[in-house]
Design a protein around this ligand. Structure first.
Ligand code: IVH
Length: 668
């Protein structure tokens, strides 16, 4: 990039980052996530590193904090409210531990989830709530007592009679809005055509700074305590003691905190434990808080800058980042759906490299106004598919190209069509389109369908490319000799694949039905169809009316099934399966211990994943549902279940059982 181009880019980045900072720190609004802003800031400081002469004192890289508002009374904190320094991996945890161990020997760490809300200090005198103060700049905060009093999880008087209910006790914690309540509120606002809130943290922060306490009471906020301070610091010997006492005094605390020996390995093992589970927590979290458990050592380690030496925030890899759209291509799925897909400059998000993101359909590209050449914010969490949240039009330089949906299939040049005029999706109607065939075969071999090991994307492409197969049934004709003519295969791998395919000649009817890829037929619908009709031949003859009689089958599915079996191309495919000796097993009505019992599973189970649990239910004749309805028999509540599922279950009188009781049912 030339100096002139860099100067232009720098100016645009600064303006946008400044807008973000002002909105976030001063107005409690968010125009993008913190991680996305960090990513822009990173680009800015790289450019400034390259051209140091372009650095100005007003650059966001040169400033630290925003301006306070003055709506509420300012109150000084008795002890400064600190921040935490971030660490990102084992070696950074290790360096931190080495640093502090040089000062004082540390043997025990206390670890809790880092909640994404806003910090608040509650002052109790003789057990009665006197004041609630926001963090502010750490030295001085805003008095928001009236508002905080409306939060039901804040005790107005401390429980019990102990030294903590005498004199002054300060309790610190995080005010959070739960993800579920946030989603419900935003859904309501969307329906009413109101502007949406960016995230639960901002909504909670915005709510606490409302001058009208009635408004605060109407929003569901929660206070989770994490710290307790007394004049005599000996009153609180350790962080774990503080949590246990806080719990007794009537606060919400995370009772599942960890205490581990002070090594980086131990910290990482706790981080790994929470890595996936944290998504099931009711609030957002982007990491852990790791503290020296012994409070006297913690205090003596002192403060450096704005943070205590004796604690760090362990951060999970960022789930948002910015990158550029290099191109927008159209890919064709197994049902012919033409999906615009963004080709991105590769970037690491949530620990994995992302270079593609689906844009769903033409309308979505237009709605988000994503152009080729745009800088965009992408989001990825856990094993969720990466998604483009928004484009940043402020950073355009005029060379960006709007996306135009092609009229023809990019794979086979067939004209794209819409099945219904009001549908958002364009489709390639050619059953033999190479892309559709490839995806069809992959789907047939996938885990939930026939589960043929070794028949993934790469091998399917190779086999089609070599002309050894032309459609799904052909896989059953593959021989070891044929595979050995290909570079990808040797004796062992060729035998393995042929055996894996041959082993799947008598699949269960439901897996086969799901595997042949009829639109709208998920695995549970396939189970329902199989249980009712027992064979492919019976299904071939069925009418829409007959299908609609079946429990759980609506008109969309019914029409799709009849259309699929009515298509001569598909009849030919079924014939080919038969010729290769593929005979789906007629599914007998499973009369098991759970016959016709309907289950919904929510939260995480300790003993097995959701799919495995569903399989266990089905094996015993039960039905697995995705959401609670009137006819649900059991709601299995795993760890961290959301309030709304529970309320719904209670409303319908559905029995709520814990994991242990569920496992017991499986034993019977
Ligand atoms: S302990 C020095 N525990 O994170 C402050 N803080 O970046 C250490 N936070 O302002 C406090 N969850 O508001 C602690 N479980 C937790 C926390 C937590 C969120 C916030 C806190 C603090 C910020 C530090």
């Amino acid at each position: 990039m030339s100096k002139k181009e860099a100067a232009e880019r720098i100016l645009k980045l600064r303006t946008l980052i400044n807008e973000y900072r002002h909105a976030y720190h001063v107005l409690d609004k968010s125009i993008m996530s913190e991680a996305a802003a960090d990513s822009l800031k990173h680009e800015l400081s790289q450019l400034e590193d390259e051209y140091p002469e372009l650095i100005t004192p007003d650059s966001p890289t040169q400033r630290v904090a925003g301006q306070p508002l003055t709506k509420f009374r300012s109150v000084a904190h008795s002890q400064r409210m600190l921040s935490l320094n971030d660490v990102f991996d084992e070696s950074e945890v290790d360096s931190w531990l080495k640093r502090i161990n040089k000062l004082l020997p540390v043997n025990e760490l206390f670890i809790d989830i880092k909640m994404d809300g806003l910090a608040c200090a509650l002052v109790y005198e003789d057990g009665v709530l006197q004041q609630a103060i926001t963090r502010g700049d750490g030295f001085t905060g805003e008095e928001v007592t009236m508002n905080v009093r409306t939060i039901e999880s804040v005790p107005l008087r401390l429980n019990g009679d102990s030294k903590f209910t005498k004199g002054r006790t300060e309790v610190r914690g995080e005010i959070v809005m739960y993800k579920e309540d946030f989603a419900a509120l935003n859904a309501k606002r969307e329906a009413e055509g109101q502007a949406l809130f960016a995230n639960p943290r901002n909504l909670a922060a915005g709510t606490i700074r409302q001058l009208d306490a009635k408004l605060v009471a109407a929003r569901k906020l929660h206070f989770h305590a994490y710290d307790m301070q007394r004049q005599n610091s000996n009153d609180v010997p350790s962080h774990s003691f503080a949590y246990d006492s806080l719990s007794e005094l009537g606060f919400i605390v995370n009772k599942k905190y960890d205490i581990v020996p002070a090594t980086a390995k131990e910290v990482i093992s706790v981080a790994d434990k929470w890595e996936e589970k944290r998504h099931d927590l009711p609030f957002n979290t982007d990491g852990l808080v790791v503290k020296v458990n012994d409070r006297s050592i913690y205090e003596r380690l002192g403060i450096v800058g704005k943070a205590p030496r004796g604690a760090v925030a362990y951060k999970y890899p960022a789930e948002q980042s910015t990158t550029k759209v290099i191109d927008i291509i159209v890919s064709i799925g197994r049902t012919g759906a033409a999906t615009p897909t963004a080709v991105l400059e590769p970037v690491v998000v949530a620990g994995s490299r992302v270079q593609m993101a689906t844009l769903h359909n033409e309308g979505e590209v237009a709605r988000k106004d994503i152009r080729i050449g745009d800088t965009v914010i992408i989001h990825k969490a856990g094993d969720i598919i990466p998604e483009i949240i928004q484009s940043l039009p402020e950073l355009r330089n005029g060379s960006e190209q709007p996306f135009v949906m092609p009229k023809q299939c990019p794979e086979c040049s067939t004209e794209l069509v819409k099945l219904k005029a009001d549908e958002a999706v364009w489709r390639c109607p050619n059953n033999l389109c190479p892309s559709r065939v490839q995806n069809r075969i992959q789907h047939y071999a996938s885990k939930t369908a026939l589960d043929i090991e070794g028949l993934g994307e790469k091998n399917v492409i190779t086999l089609l490319g070599a002309g050894l197969i032309r459609d799904t049934p052909d896989i059953y004709g593959l021989t070891v000799e044929q595979l050995l003519t290909l570079d990808r295969f040797a004796e062992v791998s060729a035998n393995k694949l042929v055996n894996a395919i041959q082993a799947k000649k008598a699949p269960t009817l439901e897996r086969f039905l799901f595997g042949i890829g009829i639109r709208h037929i998920g695995i549970q619908t396939a189970v329902d169809l199989a249980r009712h009709f027992h064979s492919i031949d019976a299904l071939s003859q069925v009418t829409v009316d007959e299908l609609e009689q079946v429990d759980g089958i609506g008109s969309v599915v019914a029409e799709s099934v009849v259309a699929w079996f009515g298509d001569p191309d598909n009849q030919r495919i079924l014939e080919q399966f038969k010729n290769h000796g593929v005979i789906p097993q007629e599914t007998q009505q499973v009369i098991g211990s759970l016959t016709d019992k309907k289950f919904v599973i929510t939260g995480t189970l300790e003993s097995m994943g959701r799919e495995a649990a569903a399989e266990e239910v089905r094996k015993r004749g039960g039905v697995f549902q995705n959401s609670v309805s009137k006819d649900t028999n059991y709601l299995v509540a795993g760890a961290n279940i959301g309030a709304s599922k529970r309320t719904k279950a209670e409303k319908y009188g559905v029995e709520i059982i814990e994991e242990a009781a569920f496992l017991k049912l499986l034993e019977d």
